[in-house]
Design a protein around this ligand. Structure first.
Ligand code: ZN
Length: 184
């Protein structure tokens, strides 16, 4: 795909939190290939400051550096958003709130639960619907009671958050192609 970051990367649609950020690149005096990301949460505007925005057209290093900066930014949003959802569902379905939480950058394994009480959720779920994110979270919470995917687990999950065909299809859909350069 002939993807021009400066021109074609102009929005970041975080469906799970209902915010679609517009993106602007602005020149600033910064070390080469260093980025500062400033986002206005209310206006949903993101400004990416860099020394020579033009370098994004040709330099793989500049692209990787920006991708890493964006992943860090997304990670912050995920770490602010997900634990509150986990807490709400834990309360609603009377699960013990898992003591540990972490984000991942996995693109196919959306969530996992370890018996030490760690719930892990992919930050890329920010780009999917809130229903899909909630479903993954409830799935992992169910693992706090049952580690396998047997009949008991399925009945519990189905009662709390049925895996509708729409959710199943969405979670099987790859991330939008305009994010490919950030993901890899
Ligand atoms: Zn599972």
């Amino acid at each position: 795909m002939n993807f021009d970051i400066l021109k074609d990367f102009n929005t970041l649609n975080l469906k799970a939190i209902g915010k679609c950020y517009s993106i602007r690149f602005v020149h600033a005096v910064l070390p080469f290939d260093k980025f500062t990301i400033s986002a206005n949460q209310t206006k949903c505007e993101m400004v990416i400051y860099m020394n020579t925005p033009e370098r994004l057209k040709t330099s793989a290093q500049a692209q990787t550096s920006l991708a890493n900066a964006l992943i860090q930014w997304l990670d912050k949003i995920a770490r602010k958003t997900y634990p509150a959802i986990i807490k709400d569902y834990a309360k609603k379905y009377q699960f013990n709130n898992p003591p540990h939480f972490r984000t991942t950058i996995a693109t196919t394994k959306w969530g996992s639960y370890k018996s030490d009480g760690t719930i892990s959720i992919s930050l890329w779920l920010l780009f999917y619907s809130r229903e899909a994110l909630n479903h993954v979270i409830v799935h992992e919470l169910c693992h706090t009671r049952c580690m396998d995917h047997g009949a008991g687990f399925k009945a519990m999950l189905n009662h709390m958050s049925p895996e509708t065909p729409a959710i199943k299809a969405e979670l099987a859909t790859p991330l939008p192609p305009e994010l490919a350069w950030i993901v890899c």
